[in-house]
Design a protein around this ligand. Structure first.
Ligand code: NAP
Length: 525
């Protein structure tokens, strides 16, 4: 039997009971390791995290905690090669796709280490200005933000075992809040390995970082009022978490990053042959194929003026036909596997459902796999669908296929484009392609109410823009409505989730002692 990975809880490594759940290589189908948390005392583990980890972190200043993040960066860099090996085996991703997760994690941690250092030698953050409550100013109100005295529980999706942990842990640890992370079972190995390396390096105080792998059962019940939960995954699980008794009764703060039908939008000036048109085609193909389309931010719906529909379909399909799919150990392979055979089944079922209502503009499922057995490997070629018939398109605005699948949709005028995009009920990101900067600014504002991020691609940023689907720590990640209604990252704004805001009403002599200028970017400013 393969190795049973231990969990790090209550400051020590603990092995769960029973045989555990096996994790597989999604290309070869071989068993890699197993995970279990059966029989472990989560209540005691959470108490330890709050009492030991929380107290030790809160005793440090922001700058000192930023130093801890720098230490984590060094450890992850030193072990980087092994993480790529684990990702290749357990996620079936090409080296380039693994880098999105692993190097994205290291980059994000590094950013928070730099930002944290600028917060200096303090233990709390001022929020806004001190304002008078009495006419002569003798009695005043001063808002402060202090770290919450609970723990931060992370429940993550399978597609980002590295970045998914560290993009949440960086602002939490910087805020002085201990972390308990529960990776998605299918790809838990990389998360567990990273935590093991950081623990072994002895950088963090005891109880500051815990990892629990395996079943999610019993994860939420021991939560207390000052704990926070940050969840990334499906809308269905999100709703189970939101309505959990511990969350509802104890007002546990919850952030949800859920699924999303993100859009790419070609503005009317960008006709076939224009640079903006080509930029849309390139970005759509990249988004459909990076990590085999298993990115919450990936483009699922492509809106083009009706006059460009045929040309856009042909151009995207032509590029997709050159994507080689199969075993990422073969250097000619551009797109590796989905995370598991279960995901493969889900993508095939979702694609079949969409195909009943849309035309197939490119069918990658027919192409042979490179060095992979189609009966075993979780590999699937990209599919581009087209919903030229408006009445058939409803399902396209509602069904997220978490794989290399997107649908092209024509629009008739700006208000039609906007109305169709909004049928997605709130998304993480929309990208715009145009050479008309004035129109781009108007369109970005018009989409801002239903998207967490609007990514504008004009020819002058062709070589430098960061990509529709790449989540940069400087920008907000999250989206309203269907996307979960959450907010992550966005620079120091992320610290707000891990702090409690309070108003101190007192004599000027007291509030003067609490005066200070909050660094730029701190929430409340
Ligand atoms: P999922 O099935 O919802 O699982 C997500 C996590 O929740 C896993 O760790 C899972 O554990 C755990 N979980 C399952 N049932 C639970 C319960 N009753 N209570 C508490 N936790 C529970 O999602 P997934 O299939 O891993 O991920 C794919 C989805 O995530 C897609 O829809 C995608 O759009 C979304 N996603 C969103 C973002 C974003 O930032 N918005 C990022 C990535 C992915 P087990 O694995 O052990 O079941």
């Amino acid at each position: 039997m393969s190795e049973l990975l231990p969990n790090h809880l209550a400051g020590r490594w603990q092995t769960g009971g029973g045989p555990g759940t096996p994790l597989f290589d999604p290309v070869l189908g071989t068993e890699l390791v197993r995970v279990s948390n059966a029989g472990l005392d989560l209540e005691a583990a959470y108490a330890y995290a709050r009492d030991e980890g929380g107290a030790a972190l809160r005793a440090l200043t922001y700058a000192q905690r930023a130093g801890l993040l720098s230490g984590i960066v060094d450890v992850l860099k030193a072990n980087r090669d092994r993480y790529f090996d684990i990702a290749l085996a357990n996620s079936g991703t090409t080296r380039q796709d693994s880098a999105v997760d692993i190097d994205g994690a290291i980059f994000t941690l590094g950013q928070y280490a730099r930002w944290g250092a600028s917060l200096g030698g303090t233990h709390w953050l001022p929020d806004g200005e001190t304002v008078p409550l009495a006419k002569d100013g003798a009695f005043r109100s001063r808002h402060v933000q202090v770290p919450t005295r609970g723990l931060a529980l992370f429940i993550n999706a399978f597609n980002f075992p590295a970045w998914g942990l560290w993009e949440k842990a960086a602002p939490a640890l910087l805020s002085g809040v201990p972390v308990v992370t529960k990776p998605a079972t299918a790809t838990a190995w990389l998360t567990q390995a990273m935590v093991a390396d950081v623990i072994a390096a002895g950088i963090l105080p005891a109880g500051a970082l815990s990892v629990v792998c395996g079943s999610a059962q019993g994860l939420l019940s021991p939560l207390q009022p000052f704990d926070v939960v940050s969840f990334t995954g499906s809308a269905e699980t999100a709703s189970a978490i939101r309505s959990h008794d511990a969350v509802v009764r104890r007002s546990v703060r919850v952030n949800i990053e859920a699924d999303s039908l993100n859009s790419a939008l070609l503005l009317p000036d960008a006709q076939p042959g224009s640079e903006a048109f080509d930029l849309l085609v390139r970005e759509v193909v990249r988004e459909m194929t990076v990590k085999s389309g298993q990115k919450c931010t990936a483009i699922r719906r492509i809106f083009v003026p009706a006059s460009c529909y045929a040309a856009a379909g042909e151009a995207i399909a032509a590029k997709l036909s050159r994507i080689t799919v199969g075993n990422p150990r073969n250097e000619t392979v551009r797109m590796g596997a989905l995370a598991s055979r279960q995901q493969w089944e889900s993508v095939r079922a979702g694609t079949a459902a969409l195909r009943r209502h849309a035309d197939v503009l490119h069918d990658g499922s027919a192409a042979p796999l490179v060095d992979a057995d189609p009966a075993v490997a979780a590999c699937v070629g990209p599919t581009l669908l087209g919903a030229g018939r408006r009445e058939a398109a409803c399902i396209v605005h509602d069904t997220e296929v978490f794989g290399p699948v997107a649908t092209l949709l024509p629009y008739d005028g700006w208000s039609d484009a906007l109305a169709q995009i909004r049928l997605g009920q709130g998304s993480l990101v929309a990208s715009l392609y145009t050479a008309d900067t004035a129109r781009a600014a108007d369109a970005a504002l018009a989409l801002a109410d239903s998207h967490g991020r609007v990514h504008v691609v004009t020819p002058e940023v062709a070589a430098v823009h960061t990509g529709h689907g790449n989540v940069m720590p400087m920008s907000l990640h999250g989206g309203p409505g269907r996307a979960g209604g959450g907010e992550e990252l966005g620079g120091l704004r992320a610290l707000g989730f891990y702090h409690r805001r309070a108003a101190v009403q007192a004599a000027a002599a007291v509030t003067d002692l609490l005066d200070g200028t909050a660094p730029e970017g701190v929430p409340g400013h």
